[in-house]
Design a protein around this ligand. Structure first.
Ligand SMILES: CC(C)(COP(=O)(O)OP(=O)(O)OC[C@H]1O[C@@H](n2cnc3c(N)ncnc32)[C@H](O)[C@@H]1OP(=O)(O)O)[C@@H](O)C(=O)NCCC(=O)NCCS
Length: 188
């Protein structure tokens, strides 16, 4: 599924528009956190705080931005590397860009880097009620392994987390990575 062009407005800062109209994938820097927060608060009922991003970057977590050809922030992810596995902490596609294949693309890219580091699995937690995200992860080959009870704050109290994992040696992960490489023309 190829990401398609969407709404545009030039932005300044990290990731100036590239000549030739190509999207860019860049490491997230502390200087990017303000623009990331501007998307984060539109995408979640319980968004990360600025401090969550700054602390993640300070801890050396892997964090990537995708900017559209016009330099606008379309998507980002934060992953905590571990021992032969990693933990996806945040994956967000800006609402205007959802359902265009970017969630799968970001997952494929992070899976490719995980394989390059020697990881064998990617783990994550997702809100039990987050049907779009659970559908995305299942579609990308993640398996649901169980629940962490009352894990997240929620409007009515607490919400369970579903623990999901992707085995990087298995065929679905290889397909996910191959598709990301194709979609982004070798940018992975
Ligand atoms: C979850 C999220 C990352 C998905 O990103 P996306 O770019 O919209 O997903 P994709 O376009 O790559 O979708 C791939 C597949 O996932 C599933 N999917 C994605 N969004 C869906 C939705 N709203 N409803 C049902 N299925 C959905 C579909 O199977 C889809 O394939 P299809 O479009 O061919 O049917 C995005 O909706 C988002 O950022 N949501 C808010 C933040 C969030 O919840 N992040 C996850 C935290 S764990």
């Amino acid at each position: 599924m190829n990401p398609v062009a969407g709404p545009g407005a030039a932005e300044t800062g990290h990731g100036q528009p590239l000549a030739g109209g190509r999207a860019q994938h860049l490491p997230m820097l502390v200087a990017d956190v303000e623009r990331v927060m501007a998307v984060e608060v539109t995408a979640y009922s319980h968004p990360w705080t600025r401090g969550n991003f700054v602390d993640s970057l300070a801890a050396g977590h892997e964090a990537e931005l995708r900017l559209g050809p016009d330099g606008r922030l379309q998507a980002y992810q934060v992953t905590m590397p571990g021992v032969e596995e990693c933990h996806l902490l945040n994956l967000t596609v800006a609402p205007a860009w959802q359902r265009r294949g970017l969630g799968g693309l970001m997952l494929g890219r992070l899976a490719a880097r995980a394989v390059a580091r020697g990881d064998h699995a990617v783990w994550l937690e997702v809100r039990e009620g987050n049907a779009p995200a659970r559908a995305l992860y299942r579609r990308c080959g993640f398996i649901e392994h169980g629940l962490r009870k009352h894990y997240y704050p929620a409007a009515g109290g607490r919400e369970h987390a579903v623990v999901m994992g992707l085995v990087l040696d298995d065929a679905p992960a290889r397909t996910l990575i191959a598709r990301a490489r194709e979609d982004d023309d070798g940018l992975v």
